[in-house]
Ligand binder design. Structure first.
Ligand SMILES: [Zn+2]
Length: 295
């Protein structure tokens, strides 16, 4: 069952089948069966079906030679992810483009499937050596762990948590823009969590660092896997305790308060080079709408 108000890249559509990941013989049998399906990734882009343009093109087992990651099963098929370096087999698209196309007419679980494939394969690419002793590591448990044969350390796939927050004061919300944004684009403030922080503490620290606003109550709203390369966006709404903004120039170019009329207007018109907000791909847009309709 899928939820229309879930963020894009959420709602993984398969049974991840943790109970069979340790069974190498069974995984091998599944990978070489006619019911195997392979999600193909090349440099972060996914191979897509030429005709539909929004469904992955699946390889058959005979074409696979590289290490693979087991993604899970649905009622008919077992799914694996593979990274290839070279292929003239079809069209590779970046995940943002795929996500926009796939979800143009409502929620689609396809971006979630591709995101998990990309995130796991990225991690394998970047963790070939043991961080403890430097030996070559080996993939195990269907690709959900890498084990060092020398020191026996187990290395697990990494997810980087990011807090993203709609900060509100009276009838207004705080949006900021960084230098690399498109003209007029304003979005929710966000930042990586630091070790030992709670979500609430990370929200308060980031908003203080970026805009010199003190934040009191913080409420969790929803989250979004973000496969660039492997983050989890933790969406919150925080109540500001003061309203005088002082922007820290390293992080933001500008930050300001917007009232509900301005937000309703930009959602209606789509915005322009003076003021626009992120589209539905971003959790920032979900938070903005949540605030608009629930507060
Ligand atoms: Zn080691």
């Amino acid at each position: 069952m899928f939820f229309e108000n879930s963020c894009i890249f959420a709602e993984f559509p398969l049974d991840p089948c943790d109970h069979i990941r340790s069974n190498d013989d069974l995984l091998n049998e599944l990978a070489t069966s006619p019911n195997a399906r392979f999600v193909v990734i090349r440099q972060g882009e996914a191979l897509m079906d030429r005709e539909s343009g929004h469904l992955p093109e699946y390889f058959s087992a005979g074409e696979i030679k590289s290490e693979m990651v087991f993604l899970g099963q649905d009622l008919e098929h077992s799914y694996f992810a593979i990274e290839i370096s070279d292929c003239n087999c079809g069209q590779f698209l970046d995940l943002r483009t795929i996500a926009r196309t796939a979800s143009a007419n409502g929620f689609s679980p396809v971006p979630s499937l591709l995101a998990r494939a990309k995130m796991l394969l990225d991690w394998h690419q970047r963790h070939k050596f043991c961080a403890n002793c430097g030996e070559n590591t080996k993939s195990a448990k269907g690709g959900y762990v890498r084990i060092c044969p020398a020191c026996k350390t187990e290395h697990f796939p990494r997810v980087d948590p990011v807090v993203i927050m709609m900060i509100i004061y009276d009838d207004k919300c705080l949006l900021g823009r960084s230098k690399h944004f498109a003209p007029g684009m304003y979005s929710a403030l966000a930042g990586f969590m630091e070790p030992g922080e709670t979500i609430e503490e990370a929200v308060r620290r980031e908003v203080m660092e970026e805009a010199h606003i003190r934040v009191g109550e913080v409420k969790y709203i929803k989250s979004q896997p973000w496969p660039f390369p492997s983050s989890l966006m933790i969406g919150t709404i925080g109540k500001a305790l003061n309203n005088v903004i002082e922007v820290e120039n390293d992080e933001l170019e500008q930050a300001q308060w917007f009232d509900k009329n301005q937000i309703q207007n930009v959602l209606k018109t789509g915005g322009d080079d003076k003021f626009r907000v992120p589209d539905k791909l971003a959790i920032a847009r979900h938070l903005l709408e949540y605030w608009l309709y629930h507060y």
